[in-house]
Design a protein around this ligand. Sequence first.
Ligand code: SF4
Length: 350
Amino acid sequence: MQPVQTISSSTVDRAPEQGWQAQLSGAIRNPKALLAAVGLDERWLPGAMGGHEAFEVRVPQAYLSRIQKGNPDDPLLRQVLPLAHETRAVAGYVTDPLEEADHTPAAGLIHKYAARVLMITSGACAINCRYCFRRHFPYEDHAASRAQWHRTLDYLRDDDSLIEAILSGGDPLLSSDTRLAWLVGELDAIPHLKRLRLHTRLPVVIPDRVDDAMLAWLSSTRLQKVMVLHINHANEIDDAVVQACVKLKGAGVTLLNQSVLLRGVNDDVEVLRTLSERLFEAGILPYYLHVLDPVAGAAHFDVPDHEAHQLHDRLREALPGFLLPRLVREVPGAGAKTPVEALDASLTPN
Ligand code: SF4
């Protein structure tokens, strides 16, 4: 049997000296190149092409460098390699599982929770995760112009019940620092806002995104800053990610993590325990463990609720309480994340 090798900098052009935009431009964007880079043969290609046509491959080199060469079951590879499963229709799996289209009072704005709004700041990501609940999201309809951004900001100014602005996407950190500095400056000037939250995977997939220009606008706002990262497996946290986290904490950012429970990636107690421990070593608190949103093309990642619940119970025994993420799902129309336990209880007859 061929030994599994980690892809080294000699086999992958990581170009760590380049800026994050150059690394973004150099991301792998087709299945053939991805298979070659991870040492898999072209038997995987037909299935990968099918998935790629629905949702294109995108993998930056910094993330690729953490994948074991020649291992089709690598937990990081499974998150980014399209499979034939994605093209099969499965009952209950839909293009807008969270019904977000019903909660958009202005272009680029989703307001479905009390006291906080979510601003779609960028319509793309640095990596395309195969299980993404927004893989079919019509970002082009939410690409706000400068005038629309002003209307969005007016919406925030006019509603003094809002205390938190959440920058999301896609990945908000794909926007330029010039644009983000302007936007955060505008939010800073809205007196009833207290917090700025960013939902991002960029510091994980291209750690060099956390550069001086980004730290400058992050450090200058009066708003309390929370960054919710997205990490599903401990192998995603290498030294470069740890260094990026050190810089973010130095800028006064509270770091949280949300994961998605994914078949074949992290549906194992020891994998989840190791993830929580590694997160904490990197200065990140485990926050949410989401069950999969039923998005078309991702059914093969599903872990049924009863199994998710059992895993979470065993995880509770393995970890101190502060390292236990909350097991939740998004329910369309609900005012907050819904604990999976609560759903189970509601299904139990009295
Ligand atoms: S980074 Fe987040 S929003 Fe982007 S593809 Fe992955 S899961 Fe989806």
